[in-house]
Design a protein around this ligand. Structure first.
Ligand code: PLP
Length: 378
């Protein structure tokens, strides 16, 4: 009788794909990684894709490879996952927290322009495609007075959204994806970077594995040599071939999963519209439908009632500046919209295997919780 908040989607071919890697004798970064990178690049329509161990690592690698002076101020929304802001810090820079748009939950040219008036121009901007709402990096770059190669995109809630009619990340300088267990495309753990810039891709390829000029697989290829050099000290952020194989299997089913997500979203929209403030929809772009986020005054009490009715929900996100380690970051005291949202955002179950019946249970539990509350208020 209970509806989980999320259930990871693994493809039908997932188990066979993992066993094949096990039998192949090559389990770390190798042929499955190379094939996944090619296939994901084709899916996005992107020039270069690099698979890495996580989206957090992808963000840190990109922030490092921008070659900004140490301590550069980087705008980031506070309404994001804490790991994204940590990536800026670990790269040696200073996050400056900025507010988001009240309807779309993402940074917009207007919120960025306001942040520039408050804090001056940043050296770079990190944006979050929150819940799957697509962000146009070119518009953000322009508002910040920066070139496009100073915008790092957190597309952990993609893939599936579109920007200017193409897949989010297709024309990006630095688009970072997550393949964590709950994301639209899941490997358990994993990430990727998409970029149009070949030199940036080459640097990232070395930086993701200690800065080595050749990874182990390429050293063992016919004609490969045991010799390598390290020109720049990198991270250990490569992906195993087990995970890449899972990703390849998932990629085949992703369009079907995205269709199911869109259908579930349409039903929530249709059945909840009179009760709550619905999530904004981009037009004419496509939303990646990773999360279904509504706004509910008295959110904590409603969540508790839903839990009692067997419906698990979650919160995306606790604004970063409400977390102890981040509360004194620059900008933390000038986030009125994010502060309001932090009390009201509620994420409902949304995943391809969510059945019509279970979704019905979510809708009816939420309806009765909200009706009870409004009856108490009069
Ligand atoms: C999940 C998530 C991340 C982190 O992804 P990992 O692959 O777990 O590192 C970063 N940003 C956002 C917005 C996320 O939701």
């Amino acid at each position: 009788m209970s509806v989980p908040f999320t259930v990871p989607a693994f493809a039908d071919g997932a188990a066979a794909a993992v066993l094949e890697v096990l039998g192949s004798g090559w389990v770390t970064t190798g042929p499955q990684n190379a094939a996944f990178e090619k296939e994901f690049a084709a899916y996005l329509g992107a020039e270069h894709v690099l698979a890495v161990s996580s989206c957090t690592a992808a963000l840190e690698l990109c922030m490092r490879a921008l070659d900004l002076p140490p301590g550069t101020r980087v705008f980031t929304p506070s309404l994001t996952f804490c790991g994204a802001v940590a990536a800026i810090v670990h790269a040696g820079h200073e996050p400056v927290l900025v507010d988001v748009d009240e309807d779309t939950l993402v940074v917009t040219p207007e919120t960025i322009a306001r942040a520039v008036r408050l804090h001056g121009s940043p050296g770079a901007v990190m944006v979050n495609h929150m819940a799957g709402y697509p962000v146009d990096p070119a518009a953000i770059a322009e508002a910040a007075g920066l070139p496009l190669n100073r915008v790092v995109e957190d597309v952990a809630h993609g893939p599936g959204g579109t920007v200017r009619g193409e897949q989010a990340g297709a024309r990006s300088f630095a688009a970072c994806f997550s393949f964590y267990a709950t994301k639209n495309l899941a490997m358990g753990e994993g990430g990727a970077i998409a970029t149009y810039d070949g030199d940036f891709a080459d640097r990232l390829r070395a930086l993701r594995l200690h800065g080595m000029s050749k990874d182990a697989w390429r050293r063992y290829l016919p004609g490969g040599s045991w010799r390598y050099d390290v020109k720049e000290i990198g991270l250990k952020a490569n992906l195993s071939d087990f995970q890449a194989a899972l990703g390849r299997a998932a990629l085949k089913e992703l369009p079907v999963w995205q269709e199911r997500r869109a259908k579930l979203v349409a039903r929530y929209d249709a059945e909840l519209g009179e009760l709550v403030r619905l999530p904004a929809r981009p037009d004419p772009e496509r939303h990646a439908n990773h999360l279904y986020v509504i706004r509910v005054p008295g959110r904590d009490a409603v969540m508790a009632e839903l839990a009692e009715a067997g419906v698990a929900t979650s919160v995306h996100f606790i604004p970063v500046h409400h977390l102890t380690a981040y509360r004194d970051l620059p900008g933390a005291r000038e986030l009125p919209v994010t502060d309001r949202l932090g009390e009201e955002l509620l994420s409902l179950p949304l995943y391809p295997s969510l059945s019509d019946e279970d979704q019905g249970q979510v809708v009816s539990a939420l309806t009765s919780a909200l009706r009870r509350r409004s009856a108490q208020c009069v």
